[in-house]
Design a protein. Sequence first.
Length: 369
Amino acid sequence: MRKTIFVLLSVFLIASQRNSQTNPNPFNGFTATAWPQADRLFRSNPLWLGGDASYSVDLGSGRVLWLFGDSFIATAPGATRRQSTFVHNSIAIEDGYDPAQASMTFYWPMKDGKPTEFAPNEGSVWLWPDDGIRIGNRLLLFFSRVRSDNSKNSLGFRSAGWTAFIVDNPDSKPSSWILHRANARPNKFHIDFGEGVERLGDFVYAFGSPEGSRPGDFLARWPLRAAEAGNLSSPEWWCGAKNGWLVQERMHNQAPAVALPSASSEFAIQWRPRLQKFIEVESVGFGASDIGMRWADRLEGPWSKPMKIYHPPESNRPDAFVYAGKLHPGLVGADVVITYAANSSSDGILVKDMSIYFPRFVRLNFAKP
């Protein structure tokens, strides 16, 4: 059933007095609705049988790069997920900015006659995609490094750091792309970057969180030329309103400040000129989660608390596992285009239930001023 949520100004009165003073409500109201006409985009190739994460990067000229996490890829039409190859990342190119009208071409390398990862594994460490950005004639892509973890109370994996790649020829077909490893050595704060990547002025900004914990996300930036060259070894850190931005090499007793408190592990950010605000979209909760939105005047914050704007119908399932909510700045067809992933918490369901694990679209439209 089509889900519609209409949110009025009165809803925001539940926020704390301090939050309403520092982050006044910029909306008259908005609607968030499922977009099944756009969902077909992810089912357009009979060999690509689903994936999660679903980050997008505007490549320009009507082309959008999609980066997926764990994906099922068949070697013949009609194969089931159980008969398919499981890879930790895959990609596609959308031609056209309106997903309800666009076409999609999926890409994956082949190795020994089987599909394999776009960003190759590093032995026992695999790569999950994070956000990315086009800078001039180059493409900068962030990835999380992940390894298995079978310890008690684990989800089956743990962080092994982060990495990034540069693509020199993003206007070509991805089958001809060559990934150059960026200079992205670990920083002394053990913070992994890759969420909410933005270009503002002469800098590229990215949010990141500490390995193994999420007290909130920290914010770093690199000069544009350094980021374009893949030199991410010496970021500037946001250290709070008192200290501002500090170069990493000059931070002796200072530590970076949390810029986005208690954020989800996946999110994306967009500047809204009409509102003169940044907005952020993420999944709120675990399992039976909702889609939430925040806003701020600056990337550094302060950010509002996340407000629930959409309840995915998959969150009503007894085995609900809904996550990876994020917005897609390059897409049209709504004021804000959002996707999320729906999985299952029950063993064996994912490989059998083809109604889940294809990304789902949501249209967010703001009321007129």
